[in-house]
Write a protein that binds this ligand. Structure first.
Ligand code: G4P
Length: 316
């Protein structure tokens, strides 16, 4: 899927994070429980390599609970890593979150050795909602202190427990094709950067593989339909027809994506850890081939070497 970025602010955020990470004890990454692999920022993995990591699978209320368990097991097996599933209905998530951080960095205790935590996540993953719930009235927002850049904010969750927030960013090149579709379906990517019908067709293919019964229950779709036919059925069922009784596929695509985002089709996860691992290794091979072709084209003088991009990232 071709997604164009203008990653100016992403470079700034990356620099600020790389600087901040030096004095951080635990990195919390908020993931979308419906697409944990696709919503994990590969740029973050590079910057934070070796730091204790807490993965929060957020919006678990929208995700398939069985698949969420599988992802939690997957992360909890990794060294220096803990994983929790969460959703906005949890009134007091702080206790669980703090306990997980303390488990990851047990020597950080008291005011002399405060716990310093960085929280990151892609746009729309629910970071502001979580921070607002945690911060409540107890914590102070101290973003204007010296040494804290404008791209980050610091909160005091309790004495000796500091949380640095970072802007929600995506990365410049999504090398796993499925991830582009999943991120777009989830609402992480701005509307202008993708084609709704293309995303809806991929979503239908994914749902037909994993959740055919939900498609039948919601839209009366029979098994064995091609995705285009399925979208037509949805259009007719929802009265999305243009002049001449032609199904309005654009409207149907928007309905499908909207209902997926809101959870009205059912609790759905678009990927398992094994599936994602296979897509990622395929994506890496394709990316390496692309870079090689580009290098050869530069050497042959067919194209100029890439310049550092300017401008700001268009995410949401
Ligand atoms: P961000 O800071 O990471 O960009 O995300 P933010 O908290 O603004 O949340 C993005 C959307 O996700 C919001 O919905 C928010 O209500 C919703 N959300 C956050 N956490 C959860 C969760 O655990 N479960 C569910 N189901 N939704 C969650 P919105 O429609 O953009 O705004 P609004 O309707 O809340 O005003």
């Amino acid at each position: 899927m071709a997604i164009q970025w203008f990653p100016g602010h992403m470079h700034l955020t990356r620099q600020a994070m790389a600087e901040r990470i030096k004095a951080i004890d635990v990195v919390i990454e908020l993931l979308d429980a419906r697409l944990p692999g696709s919503s994990a920022n590969p740029m973050l993995a590079q910057i934070t390599r070796g730091k204790p990591a807490l993965k929060i699978l957020n919006k678990q209320d929208l995700a398939d609970p069985v698949r969420t368990e599988g992802w939690l097991d997957h992360y909890n097996r990794q060294p220096g890593t803990r994983a929790l599933a969460l959703d906005a209905s949890e009134a007091a998530p702080t206790r669980r979150l703090l306990a997980a951080c303390r488990e990851l960095a047990p020597t950080r205790q008291g005011l002399a050795r405060p716990m310093r935590v960085l929280i990151c996540g892609i746009p729309n993953v629910g970071k502001s909602t979580l921070i607002n719930t945690m911060v409540g009235k107890r914590a102070a927002r101290t973003g204007d202190e010296a040494g804290i850049t404008r791209s980050e904010q610091r909160f005091v969750l309790e004495d000796g427990f500091y949380l640095w927030d970072t802007p929600g960013v995506l990365w410049p090149r999504i090398i796993v094709a499925q991830s582009g579709y999943h991120l777009a379906a989830s609402g992480a990517i701005g509307r202008n950067a993708y084609d709704e019908q293309e995303v809806a067709l991929e979503l239908l293919a994914s749902l037909a593989r994993g959740y055919p019964q939900l498609l039948t229950a919601r839209y009366g779709l029979e098994a064995g339909l091609r995705e285009e036919q399925a979208l037509e059925v949805i259009a007719r069922k929802r009265g999305a027809v243009s002049a001449g009784a032609r199904p309005n596929l654009q409207k149907a695509a928007e309905i499908l994506i909207h209902e997926f985002r809101g959870g009205s089709i059912g609790r759905i996860s678009l990927e398992t850890a094994d599936e994602y691992a296979a897509w990622l290794s395929q994506g890496k091979v394709l990316e390496a081939e692309r870079l090689l072709r580009k290098e050869q084209a530069v050497e042959a003088g067919h194209i100029r070497p890439a310049r550092r991009p300017a401008g700001s990232a268009r995410s949401r």
